[in-house]
Ligand binder design. Structure first.
Ligand code: SF4
Length: 273
């Protein structure tokens, strides 16, 4: 007798097709606007294209992997529901919000990242997590929030990039996969609530108008700072940069000062070991 082991492409395809149909079911309709659609760092134009031209964004192995990680976190979150209500449905003036865990006194966002760097306020990923939580705190009136980030990769340091790819090294004192949590306090009477409320509503209304009028030009592209990091991986790059325009107003909006950069608005202290 011999034990026979072969690669099984058929099963992989079966699994991919099942995941694809589940992924398709999760796609958002044009009538819904979620907080994650209007976050400045997730690119409001990309969300527009995703609704209007879904076929331009094929389901790649990477997006399947991303989707599975999302589904897995949701499963864990449901299991943690005794900490509060998981994935509650909130609606604020036409904007839909789904905080991961909502309690009377605290909102918890559980994040999962493959980043090799440990994130802080200087990273757009961290700022995006923070802004999403601040939007939820503004919507609910709750003062306290927590961002809990699960790193699934070991810490690495970037050395250089060339035409063959990126070079990293793994420092002996680098952190392994682990969790870092941050508490965030947004006092009830803080002026920042008004600023974030205005920002949310402005971006939501613009998104709704663009969808209704079939006019992407009124939506800002990513800020110049983020374009180098994100745009080259975008499935809609050609359409966004070479075919469709951007109004002057939208362009100005893209490069406005970030609320999180207003001096004195955020008091951030680095992670304590
Ligand atoms: S190319 Fe950049 S700005 Fe345009 S949709 Fe994609 S991510 Fe957004």
């Amino acid at each position: 007798m011999t034990i026979v082991v072969r690669s099984d492409r058929e099963f992989t395809n079966l699994l991919k097709n099942s995941l694809r149909s589940r992924y398709e079911k999760r796609k958002r309709s044009e009538d819904e606007v979620h907080v994650s659609d209007i976050l400045p760092s997730s690119c409001i134009r990309k969300q527009y294209y995703g609704r209007k031209f879904p076929d331009l964004e094929p389901l790649t192995d990477e997006s399947i992997n991303h989707f599975i990680r999302g589904e897995a976190s949701e499963f864990v979150i449901t299991d943690l529901a005794n900490m509060g209500v998981s994935q509650a449905d909130l609606e604020f003036d036409g904007l839909i919000a789904h905080p991961d865990i909502l309690d009377k006194e605290v909102i918890i966002e559980l994040k999962d990242t493959q980043s090799n760097r440990r994130l802080d306020i200087t990273d757009y990923g961290f700022r995006s997590y923070l802004r999403q939580l601040l939007y939820y705190l503004t919507i609910t009136g709750i003062e306290k929030g927590i961002i809990s980030i699960r790193y699934s990769n070991r810490e690495m340091r970037w050395i250089k990039s060339d035409e063959k790819g990126d070079y990293f090294f793994r420092p002996f004192d680098g952190k392994g996969p682990h969790i870092e949590s941050w508490s965030v306090l947004l006092p009830k009477d803080d002026i920042a609530r008004e600023l974030f409320r205005n920002e949310m509503m402005r971006r939501k209304n613009l998104f709704v108008e663009a969808i209704k009028e079939n006019d992407v030009s009124i939506l800002p592209r990513l800020s110049m700072k983020l374009r180098n990091i994100k745009c080259s991986y975008c499935s809609f790059y050609d359409k966004c940069m070479n075919e469709d325009g951007e109004t002057e107003k939208a362009n100005k909006m893209a490069n406005e000062i970030d609320l999180l950069d207003i001096p004195g608005l955020v008091d951030f202290k680095p992670f304590l070991q």
